[in-house]
Each structure stands twice: as C-alpha cells, then as structure tokens.
Design a protein around this ligand. Structure first.
Ligand code: PLP
Length: 401
C-alpha cells in the first residue's frame, strides 16, 4: 500500500513566514470539508533541522534513515539538500535511487541482509554496507565481494527507550578482532566502524564513549593492516522542539577532534527522528464520546473516540509512549477533566492517549492535535480494521520554496 496519495503529492501549500502550523490546521478544520484525520507536515522545519545540524556538526555528514519516515515529500526535500541516505532494504534503496540519489550516497545499514536485497545492492552498486557477524561475511563474499564494509559494534545507551544492541552489533571486546581477522582471510575490504546507541532518550556522553570504543576498533584494524576511513555514529539524535543539537554537537565535536583528528577520515551519522519528528502534527476529529459519571462532576471521566489508531499512526502508544494532545480549538482557562482518547479500531489496546489526560470538555466534531509525530508513525502505519491512513498536507515557507 502506498503511504502517499496523489492528493498528498500535489498538496504543498506555500505559506508566508507569519503563518503557523496551527493557523493551517485551523483553516483546514474550519473549512468544514474534512472528516478524516490528516498530518500537517512543515517541510521548512526539516530544512531548518538540516541547517542546525550543519552549524552544530559541520564535519559530520548526515545519511537520513529512510525507515523513519519515507514520505515522498520528506525524501525529496532531503535529496534537494544533498543528504546521503541510510537504507535497510531493497525497496528503500530502490526508492532513493529513483529519486536521483547516487549509489555512493547510500549506506546499506542493515547488518543482517536478505540475500535478494544484497544481490540488488551489488547490481545497482550500493557498495557501502554494515555487518556484525561472521556468516554475513560469507554471504557478502559470495554475492558482492567488492563491497565496502562497515563493522557495526554494539554500544547501547542503557537509558534509551528503544535500544538496538540486543539485536545488532559485534561486541567490541570479544568479537571485533576475530571478525576483522576473518575479513582479512576472505580478502574483504573493511572501510570503517559504525554504532547506534539506540533511539529515544539518548545521552551525549554515550555518543562520546561509543566514539572512543570505535577508536579502539580503528586501532585493532590498523594492527591487522586495515586503514579505516569512515566512522558512522548512527542515529538516536533527539529532534523534539525542546532539545538542542548544538549542545550534543559540541560534545561530539570535542571527542571527535581528540580521537579522530585526521580530517581525511569521513564521519557520518544516520539520524532519522531528528529530521522529521517535529515537522509533523497529526489532527483527528472526535466522532464519538462517552461520559462516565463519578462522585462529582470533577471526577467524572470523558472518553473520546477518534479515527486515528495505534496501528495506523501512533504505534509508539503500544510501547507505552505517547505524544502530547492539544485541542485545536483553544479553550484557555477552561475547566479540564480526566479524559481518555481511544483509537478507531475495535482492538482493546487501541488507546491513543495515556490512561488519563486532562482535557477541556470536548464535543463530537471537535478536533485534537498530536504534536511532534513525524518519526516512526506514517512509515509503520497499516490500515488495520479498514481505517485509512491519514493524508499528508505539506506546507513550506515561501523563503524555502
Ligand atoms: N540507523 C540505523 C541502523 C537504525 O536502525 C535506525 C533506527 O532504528 C536509525 C539509524 C535511525 O535512528 P533514529 O531515528 O533514532 O535517529
């Protein structure tokens, strides 16, 4: 199923800088012409993220993690700004190549690859790819012996909401040397080291420690006759409005200057959510309501039903994480009530708010906005129970257009 409809692709609204996402949302819902949930995607927010990154970490090239949000307009915006791309599958590689990205600007960043996908990478010349285990090396030797390999090491932030180390990464202490020796024996070219400290709630000092761990792998490689020229510091960078890439950048730059002073070593990162999380707002209409009466009016709970769901846009809800819910119609100073917001499907786990949120009295036909919902939302969405995926209404500032 395509995640972008024809209407999505023709709907980039060019706005003046005085027009906010909120203004656009109000205009849409007040038009009376929409019933279905929709995202507003602010492409200028993505442009700004790129500019902020370049200022914060000028030495580190970004390879956007396509899995995070592969909407065409997002990808086209990033392509136009000259980014590289982290692809995890044949489809992702195909998509980026079709948008004019040269194979040299793609890293096939999946340490365990399907054979047919590896074969495709060889056919189209996506040479740079990660690995973390011995059997993968035999597959690569067979299918793509001239690939440029990047050894993914395990270095998790223990506080990360979504750690990846249980699934991927070679142990720097016990596995790295053996794997590099194997690469030597097989005559494979290893060009560098990568890690991913996990997504969500990641900490700067973990990037610093992981960079130091990668330095040791560079040294082990050198002892075995390799001259690595690539360090890939992965993703995990927060893109929420309250976070600061310049602070993270300062600490990472310092560590890189100390441990990788050689400017000929290329340093890349694979940010996903950093680029897109704050660019998307999801808007949905309340179509049904229940009122559970308590001892008094303040204790009674409002239960609202919407047409989004944890299966089609808010999958993070299934992991117990929720985004902030804001009524589109401002009701400043209004009384708030304990409320629960449910998703569209008949599944009992399909709750799109935390157990209780405080909301003003909402009526059927009112709209709710879920802010900062650009990452791992649309890309994971399914039309379970026959509920369509929300459309995307994209906007961009005239100055960026
Ligand atoms: N790189 C790899 C290899 C990943 O697996 C992921 C996410 O799973 C990313 C980059 C993007 O991570 P994030 O969205 O946290 O930046």
């Amino acid at each position: 199923m395509s995640k972008e409809t024809e209407t999505d692709l023709h709907r980039i609204q060019v706005v003046e800088s005085s027009v906010s996402v909120k203004d656009v949302i109000k205009e849409i819902v007040n038009s009376g012409k929409v019933e279905d949930a929709f995202y507003v995607c602010d492409l200028s927010d993505i442009v700004k993220k790129h500019q902020d990154w370049q200022k914060a970490m000028p030495r580190i090239e970004t390879y956007y993690a396509v899995k995070c949000n592969a909407h065409r307009l997002v990808l086209e915006t990033l392509v136009a700004m000259g980014l590289g791309f982290d692809c995890a599958s044949k489809e992702e590689m195909k998509k980026m190549l079709s948008l004019g990205v040269p194979p040299s600007k793609i890293i096939y960043a999946h340490p365990t690859k399907k054979l047919s996908h590896l074969k495709y990478a060889a056919e189209v010349g996506v040479e740079m790819m990660t690995f973390d285990n011995e059997l993968e090396l035999y597959k690569i030797k067979e299918m793509f012996p001239t690939a440029k390999l990047v050894l993914r090491i395990k270095y998790d932030d223990p506080m990360s909401n979504f750690p990846l180390g249980g699934k991927f990464g070679a142990d720097p202490d016990t596995e790295v040397e053996y794997l590099l020796q194997k690469c030597r024996l097989l005559g494979l070219e290893v060009i560098g080291v990568s890690f991913h400290i996990g997504s969500g709630n990641t900490h700067t000092e973990v990037y610093q420690k992981a960079i130091i761990a990668a330095r040791k792998v560079f040294d082990t490689g050198a002892e075995l006759g390799y001259q690595f020229k690539l360090l890939d510091i992965g993703g995990g960078f927060s893109g929420n409005r309250g976070s600061s890439i310049s602070e993270v950048g300062m600490a990472i730059n310092m560590t890189i200057e100390q441990y990788f002073p050689d400017p000929t070593i290329k340093i890349i990162a694979e940010p996903g959510q950093y680029f897109v999380i704050s660019a998307f707002t999801l808007v949905t209409q309340i179509h049904s309501k229940k009122h559970l009466t308590g001892q008094n009016e303040n204790e009674s709970t409002r239960i609202y039903y919407t047409d989004i769901s944890v299966f089609n846009s808010l999958i993070i809800g299934l992991s117990g994480f929720y985004v902030e819910i804001v009524p589109v119609k401002e009701a400043s100073g209004a009384q708030v009530y304990p409320s629960t917001v449910w998703g569209a499907t008949c599944d009992g786990t399909d709750r799109v708010s935390p157990e209780t949120v405080l909301l003003p009295e909402m009526e059927i036909g009112d709209w709710l906005a879920f802010e900062e919902i650009g990452s791992y939302s649309l890309s994971i969405a399914a039309d379970f129970n026959g509920f369509e995926l929300p459309h995307v209404h994209a906007i961009i500032n005239r100055s960026d257009w």
